[in-house]
Design a protein around this ligand. Sequence first.
Ligand code: ADP
Ligand code: SF4
Ligand code: MG
Length: 325
Amino acid sequence: MGGPALLEVEDLAVAARSRRGDLEIVHGVGLQLGPGETVAVVGETGSGKSLTMLALMRLLSPPLGITRGRVTFDGRDLTALPERDMRELRGSQMAMVYQDPMTSLNPLMRIGAQVAEAMTAHGVAKSEAQRRSLELLARVEIPDPERTARSYPHEFSGGMRQRAVIAIALAMRPKLLIADEPTTALDVTIQQQILALVNELRRELGMATIWVTHDLGVVARLVDRVVVMYAGHVVENAPVDQLFHAPQHPYTRSLLAALPNPADDSRPALVQIPGRPPLPTDVVEGCPFRPRCDQAREACRVRPTLQPRSAGSAACWVPPAEWRP
Ligand SMILES: Nc1ncnc2c1ncn2[C@@H]1O[C@H](COP(=O)(O)OP(=O)(O)O)[C@@H](O)[C@H]1O
Ligand code: SF4
Ligand SMILES: [Mg+2]
């Protein structure tokens, strides 16, 4: 990567707190992102991707909370930052786009005013914000911005709403954009358009991006590195080419096997991984993937930690050279 990291997450844990004690859901996640770098965070639904992102934006609400770890963004320790400073960072230096655009839009406010507000909230003069909001709507390819700026969210299609949310997220030219499954609810053609758009804007603005997705296929051509999560743990972290061609964790290999192969129609579109991921309340002895792993052996009764493996790292006792076919 070279140079100082823009974002460094170390041993970040999230738990649901109750009088009976903490139920840990995210078990000490680490990740690093350089300026302008793109990383995908991938894993089945329920693996703790969203909670990790909300934790590093400091957006968890009770009973969920950060129980340990550190998040350093642009040289500042976010876990120790007063809420007022955190609010200033969010939406200016770091921005997030969610799966459902309606969670980020005010149904009672015109689209143009919402884009402008993202700037006035951070000290941009109103007239300047209004002018820039039209530019931003045009930039995210919303047709006829002068007219559409006066529309309300319900007058927009799902794809157009997501474009408006992206315009809001980009309004202050953030250094980091987190996109949490931003296209999952959209049809495939619109998904591809939105992904291509964000990717282009990312290059143009030199913005670092975290793509969160349950679908490894979506991010193949978009990212530099992939972080694979399973049951609240990072199980592999690797450059994208290595991850696709020489996965170092049996779970990553299973995710790849489950991808549809465009070159081979005879293969079923989805090879499901047998079994299901453990819930936060399930107790699994040793490696969390053990109940579903076709490589499991006696050593796996002890929990593996993330270790350097090839050009990345993996949390598995068994190197690929020793895998059974
Ligand atoms: N308030 C909560 N209390 C208990 N468990 C929760 C709470 N919120 C989320 N979870 C659980 O945390 C796990 C991780 O959730 P999430 O981060 O949303 O996963 P992902 O984004 O990878 O699909 C899930 O098993 C979910 O059921
Ligand atoms: S440690 Fe064992 S059970 Fe876990 S992924 Fe590796 S081989 Fe499978
Ligand atoms: Mg999620």
